[in-house]
Design a protein around this ligand. Structure first.
Ligand SMILES: [Fe+2]
Length: 420
Protein backbone atom coordinates (compact mmCIF):
# COMPACT_ATOMS: atom_id res chain seq x y z
CA UNK A 1 0.00 0.00 0.00
CA UNK A 2 1.41 3.38 -0.99
CA UNK A 3 1.31 6.76 0.70
CA UNK A 4 -1.88 7.77 -1.08
CA UNK A 5 -3.81 4.85 0.35
CA UNK A 6 -2.34 5.39 3.79
CA UNK A 7 -3.51 8.98 3.77
CA UNK A 8 -6.92 7.89 2.56
CA UNK A 9 -7.11 5.42 5.41
CA UNK A 10 -5.95 7.83 8.09
CA UNK A 11 -8.21 10.63 6.95
CA UNK A 12 -11.27 8.43 6.97
CA UNK A 13 -10.31 6.60 10.16
CA UNK A 14 -10.54 9.83 12.10
CA UNK A 15 -14.15 10.14 11.08
CA UNK A 16 -15.25 6.76 12.31
CA UNK A 17 -13.11 6.56 15.44
CA UNK A 18 -14.29 9.84 16.81
CA UNK A 19 -17.92 9.08 16.01
CA UNK A 20 -18.54 12.70 15.23
CA UNK A 21 -22.02 14.07 15.51
CA UNK A 22 -23.97 15.95 12.87
CA UNK A 23 -21.66 18.01 10.71
CA UNK A 24 -22.26 20.00 7.60
CA UNK A 25 -21.50 18.23 4.35
CA UNK A 26 -18.57 20.45 3.40
CA UNK A 27 -16.52 19.25 6.34
CA UNK A 28 -16.79 15.56 5.46
CA UNK A 29 -13.93 14.24 3.34
CA UNK A 30 -16.30 12.42 0.99
CA UNK A 31 -18.32 15.29 -0.49
CA UNK A 32 -18.77 13.71 -3.91
CA UNK A 33 -20.33 10.64 -2.32
CA UNK A 34 -22.84 12.77 -0.45
CA UNK A 35 -23.68 14.70 -3.63
CA UNK A 36 -23.98 11.61 -5.83
CA UNK A 37 -27.59 10.83 -4.98
CA UNK A 38 -28.39 10.26 -8.67
CA UNK A 39 -25.16 8.49 -9.48
CA UNK A 40 -21.76 9.28 -10.97
CA UNK A 41 -21.89 10.95 -14.36
CA UNK A 42 -19.57 10.00 -17.23
CA UNK A 43 -19.49 6.29 -16.39
CA UNK A 44 -20.74 3.09 -18.02
CA UNK A 45 -23.56 1.15 -16.36
CA UNK A 46 -25.31 -2.17 -16.91
CA UNK A 47 -28.69 -0.99 -18.22
CA UNK A 48 -30.59 -4.12 -19.28
CA UNK A 49 -30.12 -7.71 -20.40
CA UNK A 50 -29.81 -8.41 -24.12
CA UNK A 51 -32.43 -11.13 -23.88
CA UNK A 52 -35.02 -8.59 -22.68
CA UNK A 53 -34.84 -6.52 -25.91
CA UNK A 54 -35.56 -8.85 -28.82
CA UNK A 55 -35.39 -7.73 -32.44
CA UNK A 56 -38.21 -5.29 -33.12
CA UNK A 57 -38.62 -4.87 -29.38
CA UNK A 58 -38.24 -1.99 -26.93
CA UNK A 59 -37.50 -1.38 -23.29
CA UNK A 60 -37.94 1.89 -21.41
CA UNK A 61 -35.45 2.22 -18.57
CA UNK A 62 -34.44 4.86 -16.06
CA UNK A 63 -30.73 5.35 -15.51
CA UNK A 64 -29.38 8.06 -13.17
CA UNK A 65 -32.74 9.79 -13.44
CA UNK A 66 -32.62 9.80 -17.25
CA UNK A 67 -35.45 8.09 -19.13
CA UNK A 68 -33.92 6.05 -21.94
CA UNK A 69 -35.54 3.98 -24.67
CA UNK A 70 -33.75 0.85 -25.81
CA UNK A 71 -34.87 -0.23 -29.28
CA UNK A 72 -33.61 -3.12 -31.39
CA UNK A 73 -34.31 -2.67 -35.08
CA UNK A 74 -32.80 -4.64 -37.96
CA UNK A 75 -30.69 -6.55 -35.44
CA UNK A 76 -29.05 -3.39 -34.12
CA UNK A 77 -29.61 -2.01 -30.63
CA UNK A 78 -30.02 1.73 -29.97
CA UNK A 79 -30.35 3.81 -26.80
CA UNK A 80 -32.16 7.13 -27.12
CA UNK A 81 -33.52 9.82 -24.85
CA UNK A 82 -37.05 8.69 -24.03
CA UNK A 83 -38.66 12.09 -24.38
CA UNK A 84 -40.09 13.84 -27.43
CA UNK A 85 -38.75 17.41 -27.63
CA UNK A 86 -42.11 18.55 -28.96
CA UNK A 87 -44.19 18.09 -25.81
CA UNK A 88 -42.16 15.74 -23.70
CA UNK A 89 -44.05 12.45 -23.89
CA UNK A 90 -42.11 9.21 -23.51
CA UNK A 91 -41.71 7.25 -26.75
CA UNK A 92 -41.73 4.07 -24.67
CA UNK A 93 -45.37 4.66 -23.71
CA UNK A 94 -46.28 3.44 -27.24
CA UNK A 95 -43.04 2.76 -29.09
CA UNK A 96 -43.27 2.96 -32.87
CA UNK A 97 -40.66 2.29 -35.57
CA UNK A 98 -41.95 2.44 -39.16
CA UNK A 99 -38.45 1.71 -40.50
CA UNK A 100 -35.32 0.09 -39.09
CA UNK A 101 -33.67 3.55 -39.19
CA UNK A 102 -36.27 5.66 -37.44
CA UNK A 103 -38.33 6.16 -34.31
CA UNK A 104 -41.68 7.93 -34.67
CA UNK A 105 -43.46 9.65 -31.81
CA UNK A 106 -46.86 8.03 -31.26
CA UNK A 107 -48.40 11.43 -30.46
CA UNK A 108 -47.60 13.93 -33.26
CA UNK A 109 -45.46 11.91 -35.74
CA UNK A 110 -42.06 13.56 -35.14
CA UNK A 111 -39.62 11.00 -36.57
CA UNK A 112 -36.02 10.70 -35.35
CA UNK A 113 -32.93 8.84 -36.52
CA UNK A 114 -32.33 5.82 -34.31
CA UNK A 115 -28.56 6.16 -34.61
CA UNK A 116 -27.89 9.84 -33.87
CA UNK A 117 -31.27 11.09 -32.61
CA UNK A 118 -31.68 13.87 -35.23
CA UNK A 119 -35.18 14.81 -36.30
CA UNK A 120 -35.45 13.32 -39.80
CA UNK A 121 -39.01 14.25 -40.68
CA UNK A 122 -42.46 14.94 -39.29
CA UNK A 123 -45.05 12.75 -40.97
CA UNK A 124 -47.82 15.34 -40.88
CA UNK A 125 -45.60 18.34 -41.66
CA UNK A 126 -42.60 17.20 -43.72
CA UNK A 127 -41.55 20.80 -44.55
CA UNK A 128 -41.25 21.85 -40.93
CA UNK A 129 -38.31 24.21 -40.26
CA UNK A 130 -37.62 22.14 -37.15
CA UNK A 131 -36.22 19.33 -39.30
CA UNK A 132 -32.44 19.31 -39.07
CA UNK A 133 -32.54 21.46 -35.95
CA UNK A 134 -34.10 19.27 -33.27
CA UNK A 135 -32.53 16.19 -31.83
CA UNK A 136 -32.79 13.83 -28.92
CA UNK A 137 -29.80 12.43 -27.10
CA UNK A 138 -28.37 9.14 -28.30
CA UNK A 139 -26.32 7.15 -25.80
CA UNK A 140 -23.16 5.13 -26.41
CA UNK A 141 -23.90 1.47 -25.75
CA UNK A 142 -22.15 -1.88 -25.82
CA UNK A 143 -23.55 -5.36 -25.55
CA UNK A 144 -21.19 -7.83 -23.91
CA UNK A 145 -21.87 -11.18 -22.24
CA UNK A 146 -25.63 -10.71 -22.67
CA UNK A 147 -25.53 -7.39 -20.80
CA UNK A 148 -26.44 -4.02 -22.34
CA UNK A 149 -24.05 -1.36 -21.03
CA UNK A 150 -24.97 2.31 -21.52
CA UNK A 151 -22.69 5.32 -21.00
CA UNK A 152 -24.33 8.29 -19.27
CA UNK A 153 -22.35 11.48 -19.67
CA UNK A 154 -21.07 14.29 -21.83
CA UNK A 155 -17.45 13.33 -22.38
CA UNK A 156 -16.06 10.82 -24.87
CA UNK A 157 -16.81 7.39 -23.42
CA UNK A 158 -13.73 5.62 -22.06
CA UNK A 159 -13.31 1.90 -22.77
CA UNK A 160 -16.10 -0.12 -21.15
CA UNK A 161 -13.50 -2.24 -19.33
CA UNK A 162 -12.59 0.77 -17.18
CA UNK A 163 -16.03 0.70 -15.53
CA UNK A 164 -16.49 -3.03 -15.01
CA UNK A 165 -15.05 -5.22 -12.26
CA UNK A 166 -12.05 -7.21 -13.54
CA UNK A 167 -12.91 -10.60 -15.01
CA UNK A 168 -16.53 -10.15 -16.00
CA UNK A 169 -15.73 -9.32 -19.62
CA UNK A 170 -12.85 -11.78 -20.01
CA UNK A 171 -12.95 -14.07 -23.05
CA UNK A 172 -13.20 -17.15 -20.85
CA UNK A 173 -15.92 -15.73 -18.56
CA UNK A 174 -19.19 -17.60 -19.02
CA UNK A 175 -21.79 -15.19 -17.68
CA UNK A 176 -25.17 -16.34 -16.41
CA UNK A 177 -27.45 -13.33 -15.79
CA UNK A 178 -30.22 -13.40 -13.20
CA UNK A 179 -33.30 -11.27 -13.87
CA UNK A 180 -32.53 -7.76 -12.57
CA UNK A 181 -35.01 -6.11 -10.22
CA UNK A 182 -35.68 -2.70 -8.75
CA UNK A 183 -35.03 -2.07 -5.05
CA UNK A 184 -36.49 0.97 -3.32
CA UNK A 185 -33.22 2.24 -1.90
CA UNK A 186 -30.59 4.68 -3.11
CA UNK A 187 -27.72 3.04 -5.02
CA UNK A 188 -25.07 4.25 -2.54
CA UNK A 189 -26.70 2.30 0.26
CA UNK A 190 -26.41 -0.83 -1.85
CA UNK A 191 -22.68 -0.30 -2.54
CA UNK A 192 -22.05 0.16 1.15
CA UNK A 193 -24.14 -2.82 2.22
CA UNK A 194 -22.45 -5.11 -0.28
CA UNK A 195 -18.91 -4.38 0.90
CA UNK A 196 -19.69 -3.75 4.57
CA UNK A 197 -17.67 -6.34 6.52
CA UNK A 198 -20.00 -6.03 9.47
CA UNK A 199 -23.14 -6.88 7.51
CA UNK A 200 -22.51 -10.65 7.46
CA UNK A 201 -24.68 -10.81 10.58
CA UNK A 202 -27.89 -10.33 8.57
CA UNK A 203 -27.15 -13.48 6.57
CA UNK A 204 -27.55 -15.74 9.59
CA UNK A 205 -31.25 -15.63 8.73
CA UNK A 206 -30.83 -16.10 4.97
CA UNK A 207 -32.31 -19.37 3.64
CA UNK A 208 -28.88 -20.34 2.26
CA UNK A 209 -27.35 -20.26 5.75
CA UNK A 210 -30.33 -21.90 7.43
CA UNK A 211 -30.66 -24.72 4.86
CA UNK A 212 -26.94 -25.51 4.98
CA UNK A 213 -26.48 -24.94 8.71
CA UNK A 214 -23.79 -22.30 8.15
CA UNK A 215 -23.43 -19.65 10.86
CA UNK A 216 -22.36 -16.40 9.16
CA UNK A 217 -20.67 -14.78 12.18
CA UNK A 218 -21.54 -11.57 13.99
CA UNK A 219 -19.55 -9.71 11.37
CA UNK A 220 -16.04 -9.37 10.04
CA UNK A 221 -14.31 -6.65 11.92
CA UNK A 222 -11.37 -4.76 10.52
CA UNK A 223 -9.23 -2.16 12.15
CA UNK A 224 -6.75 0.23 10.57
CA UNK A 225 -3.91 -2.23 10.81
CA UNK A 226 -5.76 -5.14 9.24
CA UNK A 227 -7.15 -2.94 6.49
CA UNK A 228 -3.58 -1.97 5.62
CA UNK A 229 -2.64 -5.65 5.41
CA UNK A 230 -5.65 -6.98 3.59
CA UNK A 231 -6.81 -4.30 1.17
CA UNK A 232 -5.45 -4.11 -2.34
CA UNK A 233 -6.01 -0.91 -4.31
CA UNK A 234 -6.26 -0.63 -8.06
CA UNK A 235 -6.35 2.87 -9.48
CA UNK A 236 -4.34 2.75 -12.70
CA UNK A 237 -5.41 5.22 -15.35
CA UNK A 238 -5.92 2.58 -18.03
CA UNK A 239 -8.17 0.12 -16.23
CA UNK A 240 -10.92 -0.37 -13.68
CA UNK A 241 -10.66 1.42 -10.34
CA UNK A 242 -11.56 -0.20 -7.07
CA UNK A 243 -10.26 -2.18 -4.14
CA UNK A 244 -10.46 -5.69 -2.83
CA UNK A 245 -10.16 -7.29 0.58
CA UNK A 246 -9.27 -10.82 1.49
CA UNK A 247 -11.23 -12.10 4.44
CA UNK A 248 -8.21 -14.03 5.64
CA UNK A 249 -6.84 -11.47 8.05
CA UNK A 250 -10.11 -10.02 9.19
CA UNK A 251 -11.41 -10.85 12.62
CA UNK A 252 -14.45 -13.05 12.00
CA UNK A 253 -16.48 -12.73 15.16
CA UNK A 254 -18.15 -16.04 16.06
CA UNK A 255 -18.70 -15.52 19.78
CA UNK A 256 -20.41 -12.68 21.58
CA UNK A 257 -21.79 -11.84 24.99
CA UNK A 258 -24.08 -9.28 26.54
CA UNK A 259 -23.20 -7.83 29.96
CA UNK A 260 -26.14 -7.86 32.35
CA UNK A 261 -26.96 -5.22 34.96
CA UNK A 262 -26.09 -7.59 37.80
CA UNK A 263 -22.55 -8.04 36.48
CA UNK A 264 -23.13 -11.45 34.93
CA UNK A 265 -22.79 -12.10 31.18
CA UNK A 266 -25.03 -13.91 28.76
CA UNK A 267 -23.39 -15.76 25.87
CA UNK A 268 -25.12 -15.17 22.57
CA UNK A 269 -24.98 -17.77 19.82
CA UNK A 270 -25.76 -17.58 16.14
CA UNK A 271 -28.79 -19.68 15.18
CA UNK A 272 -26.84 -22.10 12.97
CA UNK A 273 -23.98 -22.34 15.49
CA UNK A 274 -26.18 -24.11 18.07
CA UNK A 275 -24.73 -27.53 18.80
CA UNK A 276 -21.58 -27.06 16.74
CA UNK A 277 -18.18 -27.69 18.26
CA UNK A 278 -15.53 -24.95 18.26
CA UNK A 279 -13.63 -27.09 15.76
CA UNK A 280 -16.59 -27.14 13.35
CA UNK A 281 -17.01 -23.39 13.71
CA UNK A 282 -13.34 -22.88 12.95
CA UNK A 283 -13.70 -24.89 9.75
CA UNK A 284 -16.60 -22.74 8.63
CA UNK A 285 -14.59 -19.60 9.34
CA UNK A 286 -11.70 -21.07 7.32
CA UNK A 287 -14.04 -21.44 4.37
CA UNK A 288 -14.97 -17.77 4.60
CA UNK A 289 -11.25 -16.93 4.66
CA UNK A 290 -10.82 -18.13 1.12
CA UNK A 291 -13.05 -15.50 -0.44
CA UNK A 292 -12.09 -12.10 -1.74
CA UNK A 293 -14.53 -9.20 -1.94
CA UNK A 294 -14.00 -6.18 -4.18
CA UNK A 295 -15.87 -2.97 -4.89
CA UNK A 296 -15.36 -1.37 -8.29
CA UNK A 297 -16.33 1.96 -9.76
CA UNK A 298 -18.91 3.02 -10.43
CA UNK A 299 -21.11 0.45 -8.65
CA UNK A 300 -20.02 -3.20 -8.95
CA UNK A 301 -19.20 -5.82 -6.32
CA UNK A 302 -17.22 -8.98 -7.01
CA UNK A 303 -16.98 -11.96 -4.65
CA UNK A 304 -14.60 -14.76 -5.55
CA UNK A 305 -15.42 -17.53 -5.07
CA UNK A 306 -19.10 -17.39 -4.16
CA UNK A 307 -20.93 -19.43 -3.03
CA UNK A 308 -18.20 -21.98 -3.86
CA UNK A 309 -15.63 -22.85 -6.53
CA UNK A 310 -15.78 -22.48 -9.47
CA UNK A 311 -18.33 -19.66 -9.29
CA UNK A 312 -17.50 -15.96 -9.18
CA UNK A 313 -20.32 -13.64 -8.13
CA UNK A 314 -20.71 -10.15 -9.60
CA UNK A 315 -23.44 -7.67 -8.77
CA UNK A 316 -24.17 -4.08 -9.80
CA UNK A 317 -26.24 -1.44 -8.02
CA UNK A 318 -27.29 0.79 -10.87
CA UNK A 319 -28.68 4.20 -9.93
CA UNK A 320 -32.25 4.56 -11.18
CA UNK A 321 -33.49 7.65 -9.36
CA UNK A 322 -33.00 9.19 -5.91
CA UNK A 323 -34.99 6.46 -4.21
CA UNK A 324 -34.25 3.30 -6.16
CA UNK A 325 -31.61 1.26 -7.93
CA UNK A 326 -31.70 -1.68 -10.32
CA UNK A 327 -30.03 -4.76 -8.90
CA UNK A 328 -28.09 -6.86 -11.44
CA UNK A 329 -26.52 -10.19 -10.44
CA UNK A 330 -24.21 -12.34 -12.56
CA UNK A 331 -22.93 -15.86 -11.85
CA UNK A 332 -19.67 -16.46 -13.68
CA UNK A 333 -17.60 -19.52 -14.40
CA UNK A 334 -14.25 -19.28 -16.15
CA UNK A 335 -13.74 -21.90 -18.83
CA UNK A 336 -12.80 -22.22 -22.48
CA UNK A 337 -14.40 -25.65 -22.74
CA UNK A 338 -17.63 -25.37 -24.76
CA UNK A 339 -19.33 -28.36 -23.15
CA UNK A 340 -18.52 -27.03 -19.68
CA UNK A 341 -19.78 -23.58 -20.65
CA UNK A 342 -23.04 -25.07 -21.97
CA UNK A 343 -23.50 -27.07 -18.79
CA UNK A 344 -22.99 -23.91 -16.73
CA UNK A 345 -25.54 -21.90 -18.72
CA UNK A 346 -28.08 -24.71 -18.91
CA UNK A 347 -28.41 -25.98 -15.37
CA UNK A 348 -25.30 -25.72 -13.23
CA UNK A 349 -25.44 -21.95 -12.76
CA UNK A 350 -29.07 -22.20 -11.76
CA UNK A 351 -28.36 -24.89 -9.15
CA UNK A 352 -24.93 -23.78 -7.91
CA UNK A 353 -25.30 -20.02 -8.07
CA UNK A 354 -28.77 -18.61 -8.74
CA UNK A 355 -30.77 -20.57 -6.17
CA UNK A 356 -28.27 -20.28 -3.29
CA UNK A 357 -27.40 -16.66 -4.08
CA UNK A 358 -30.18 -14.77 -5.82
CA UNK A 359 -33.09 -16.63 -4.22
CA UNK A 360 -31.64 -17.65 -0.87
CA UNK A 361 -29.08 -15.03 0.11
CA UNK A 362 -29.07 -11.56 -1.44
CA UNK A 363 -32.78 -11.07 -0.69
CA UNK A 364 -31.58 -10.16 2.81
CA UNK A 365 -29.27 -7.52 1.36
CA UNK A 366 -32.23 -6.07 -0.53
CA UNK A 367 -34.17 -6.02 2.76
CA UNK A 368 -31.37 -4.19 4.58
CA UNK A 369 -30.92 -1.59 1.84
CA UNK A 370 -34.61 -0.74 1.88
CA UNK A 371 -34.43 -0.31 5.64
CA UNK A 372 -31.63 2.27 5.26
CA UNK A 373 -33.57 4.37 2.78
CA UNK A 374 -35.82 6.32 5.15
CA UNK A 375 -32.92 7.59 7.25
CA UNK A 376 -30.65 8.41 4.30
CA UNK A 377 -33.25 9.32 1.67
CA UNK A 378 -35.97 11.17 3.55
CA UNK A 379 -34.06 12.27 6.64
CA UNK A 380 -30.51 13.57 7.07
CA UNK A 381 -28.75 10.24 7.55
CA UNK A 382 -25.65 11.18 5.54
CA UNK A 383 -24.96 13.91 8.08
CA UNK A 384 -26.39 12.37 11.25
CA UNK A 385 -25.12 8.78 11.03
CA UNK A 386 -22.89 7.67 13.92
CA UNK A 387 -20.32 5.35 12.45
CA UNK A 388 -18.29 2.77 14.38
CA UNK A 389 -14.90 1.20 13.77
CA UNK A 390 -15.78 -1.47 11.17
CA UNK A 391 -17.32 1.27 9.02
CA UNK A 392 -13.81 2.39 8.16
CA UNK A 393 -14.03 0.38 4.95
CA UNK A 394 -17.19 2.18 3.89
CA UNK A 395 -15.64 5.58 4.46
CA UNK A 396 -12.59 4.51 2.47
CA UNK A 397 -14.89 3.72 -0.43
CA UNK A 398 -16.62 7.09 -0.09
CA UNK A 399 -13.26 8.82 -0.21
CA UNK A 400 -12.04 6.65 -3.07
CA UNK A 401 -15.10 7.60 -5.12
CA UNK A 402 -14.71 11.25 -4.19
CA UNK A 403 -11.20 11.10 -5.62
CA UNK A 404 -11.86 9.09 -8.77
CA UNK A 405 -15.41 9.91 -9.94
CA UNK A 406 -15.58 11.41 -13.43
CA UNK A 407 -18.59 13.50 -12.43
CA UNK A 408 -21.77 13.72 -10.38
CA UNK A 409 -25.23 13.38 -11.89
CA UNK A 410 -27.77 16.12 -11.13
CA UNK A 411 -31.50 16.54 -11.75
CA UNK A 412 -30.66 19.07 -14.48
CA UNK A 413 -28.79 16.38 -16.41
CA UNK A 414 -31.78 14.10 -16.03
CA UNK A 415 -34.19 16.68 -17.45
CA UNK A 416 -32.81 16.21 -20.88
CA UNK A 417 -30.56 17.14 -23.70
CA UNK A 418 -32.57 19.56 -25.81
CA UNK A 419 -32.21 23.28 -25.00
CA UNK A 420 -34.62 24.89 -22.59
FE1 LIG B 1 -24.79 -9.51 1.89
Amino acid sequence: MGDVEKTLLEETAAWVDEARAKTERTKKPWGVWIDAELGLRNHWYPAALSRDVEDGGFQGITLLGEDILLARQGGRLFALEDRCPHRGVRFSARPLCYTPETLTCWYHTLTFNLDDGELRTILNEPDSPLIGKLRIKSYPLEERKGIVFVFVGDVAAPPLEHDVAPGLLDDDAVVYCADPYVIEANWRLACENGYDPGHQFIHNWSPFSVKNGIPMSFGWVSNQESVLRTTHYVDDDDGPKGFTRKAAETNIVQEARIPMRDGSVVDVTLPAAEGKTPEELREIAEYAHSCEVGLWMPCMLKVEPWPAEPCIHFEAYVPRDEGSHTYFQFGVMKTRDTAEADAWMNGRAREEWEIPTVEDFTIDDAFARKELQKFYGEEDGWLRERLYRPDIELTMWRKFVTKHARGVQTRDHARGYFPR
